[in-house]
Design a protein around this ligand. Structure first.
Ligand code: SF4
Ligand code: ZN
Length: 357
């Protein structure tokens, strides 16, 4: 076994970091990982003393590591955060009920208060019922839109002023690639920000932005963190999956490709007028929206009336990267988060085969 590659360390290396390929010992791996997250928090000014933060907790590896690391760093560096766990129960039997058990264990182990908000109480629908009615085709569109609103509602109930999500570098790279391929300039301009959210929106912060998915799994294993890793029973063979598989292939050739994609997303300059999106409030539920009625209310209307075309934009062709929409921004920007979970559900069993410690 080779010695740890870190200066002044005489331990044996047990792991090769995904991020930079250095072979390091357990202690150094944990220190480097936590230092990375701390650097992101400090450089990107993610938190302010006294913040009440809701950590989106799905029971999956990303959010389990996120909760553990943010709590550890808050204690170590005295950020002065008031931390809560916030879970969304989509109502998926055999999946979400099991993953919520993992969150419940985190609550006890980390000593953090937990709030669970369910689709059933918010919308009167579980995802099981949605799929029973619409089939398995567009289920993630409903789930993604409902989740975004549910997280905001849950954070509001807690009284949180920030929502913390577990998006990692791989998720970011996938999103950059998807937005480039779809020519979605509005999203490309903001998808790699460590803090997102418009003026009237609750800020969403991403402390794991520069952490490789592989390293998150290694960290969870080395720290003996318990997480849930079964894929959602309704997980589709989505557009995101194609991007994910492509990124995994790139990573095998050149691990830095993940960070390069994130950085390329960060450096794309978008003309202001190209991403202009006028925010207003939904006339039905008051939630912020770029349209008079928000996407969640439209989808709900479709479900309640049996007209599943309502609010369902999946029939539309993706926008082409034309002169018109990418440069002048004359076309209206799309509603946010209209499809898929965007890495926010616990369906995190994504391409983790071949990992070894
Ligand atoms: Fe919801 Fe994710 Fe399952 Fe899709 S895969 S239905 S977004 S939990
Ligand atoms: Zn609404």
């Amino acid at each position: 076994m080779k010695p740890c590659e870190l200066e002044n360390c005489e331990e044996k290396a047990v792991i090769k970091r995904g991020k930079d390929g250095r072979a390091v010992c357990k202690k150094c791996f944990i220190e480097l990982f936590e230092q990375d997250v701390h650097d992101t928090i400090v450089k990107e000014k993610l938190f302010t003393r006294g913040d009440k933060v809701a950590i989106g907790a799905s029971g999956g590896k990303d959010s389990t590591v996120l909760a553990y690391v943010v709590k550890t760093l808050n204690d170590k560096y005295d950020y002065g955060l008031n931390i809560f766990l916030l879970s969304i129960d989509e109502g998926i039997k055999g999946y979400r009920d099991d993953s919520l058990e993992a969150v419940e264990k985190n609550r006890i182990e980390y000593g953090l208060p937990l709030k669970i908000v369910s689709y059933e109480e918010l919308y009167g629908w579980t995802m099981d019922k949605v799929v029973e009615n619409i089939g398995k085709k567009n289920n993630c569109t409903y789930c993604g839109v409902f989740r975004r609103k549910a997280l905001d509602r849950g954070a509001e109930l807690i009284g949180a002023n920030k929502l913390v999500t577990g998006h990692n570098a791989d998720d970011m790279a996938e999103t950059v690639l998807m937005n480039i391929l779809r020519g979605d300039v509005a999203r490309l301009g903001r998808c790699t920000n460590a803090i997102t959210g418009d003026e009237n929106e609750l800020p969403r912060v991403k402390p794991l932005k520069f952490c490789f998915e592989k390293d998150i799994v290694f960290y969870a294993r080395l720290q003996n963190l318990e997480y849930f890793y079964t894929e959602c029973v309704y997980a589709p063979n989505s557009y995101r999956n194609f991007a994910r598989n492509y990124i995994k292939q790139l990573e095998r050739l050149q691990p830095r490709a993940i960070l390069d994609l994130v950085h390329s997303g960060e450096t794309v300059a978008i003309r202001k007028e190209a991403s202009t999106q006028i925010q207003t409030n939904c006339t039905r539920c008051g939630y912020m929206s770029s349209q008079p009625i928000c996407k969640a209310c439209l989808l709900l209307e479709g479900l309640n009336t049996g007209n599943y075309q309502i609010g369902n934009s999946s029939k539309k062709k993706p926008r082409e990267p034309t002169e018109t929409n990418s440069v002048t921004g004359e076309n209206p920007a799309p509603e946010k988060s209209t499809s898929g979970c965007g890495g926010q559900c616990a369906c995190e069993a994504k391409g983790l085969s071949g990992l070894s410690i």
